[in-house]
Ligand binder design. Sequence first.
Ligand code: ASP
Length: 314
Amino acid sequence: MHVLSIREMDPETIDSLISSSLEMKKACRSGGSVPNLSGRVVGMLFLENSTRTRVSFEQAARKLDLGICVFGVQGTSMAKGESLKDTVLTLRYEGIDGLVMRHNCSGAPYLAARFFGGPVINAGDGMHEHPTQALADAVTIAEHKPSIKGLTVAIVGDVLHSRVARSNLWLLSKLGAEVRLVGPRTLLPRHPGHLPVSIHYDLASGIEGADVVMALRMQKERMDGGLVSSMSEYALMYQVNARSLRFAKPDCLVMHPGPINRGLELDDWTADGPNSVINEQVENGVYVRMAVFAAAFESNNGKPKKSQKKAVKA
Ligand code: ASP
């Protein structure tokens, strides 16, 4: 099974990945058993910067005894100009069983999936999707709220450049949440008609009564400039802080996919305060990636299954 996008994933698969992530968490914390994927090797092709996602995929692989081979542009033939297709074919014929891929081009993992024999997992492609981040966010919400169905989730900030927002809006709406996109006109989708969301240019009304407020990083590296008049004005109008959070429900969850620009999207009090579940998002990222590896390899295109359960040291 490839994991390329949440938009293309059916709600049953989303539900089952959430449940499996929660089982992985329970097993890891209690010394229970998790699938053993030893004998397989996954290539980690990270062609864009990453801390959380890369480390959590590596941690997830280790917990499942899955071998890893980490690549970036530097130190590989991509620095000599080798194409993505040829890189993927090389890894395939060297016997790599699966591919985790981060790329700055939207859609690059689809190209990899065409030429690579085994499962391909999208670890963030350009401005398109970041499916495992949305799954980690859903697991975190599911641990705090009775159900995702019926929740109001406000996604605040630079939606235009955010693959996290795109994966989340599909996931949350497929599971029955109301999704609001909140931010300046220039950072919200220009043609939102096909998206299952409402659009809000005003922070207070956008987060009013919200159960979850998800702030997004200002992706300066993807901005040509001219999208906000100044970062300090953005903070004044859209920062999620104690003052703006008064409009959300008192027990609302504050989320951020990281990395945070502290003092811009969130103030310190909110990032570290009682409503914040940001560190839980990070931790759950490991369990989600374990669940995704297990699902990807369990159903791998007729290859013999090598997975068997193994006990985890608590
Ligand atoms: N870490 C997330 C991503 O890779 C969010 C961000 O960078 O703002 O998309």
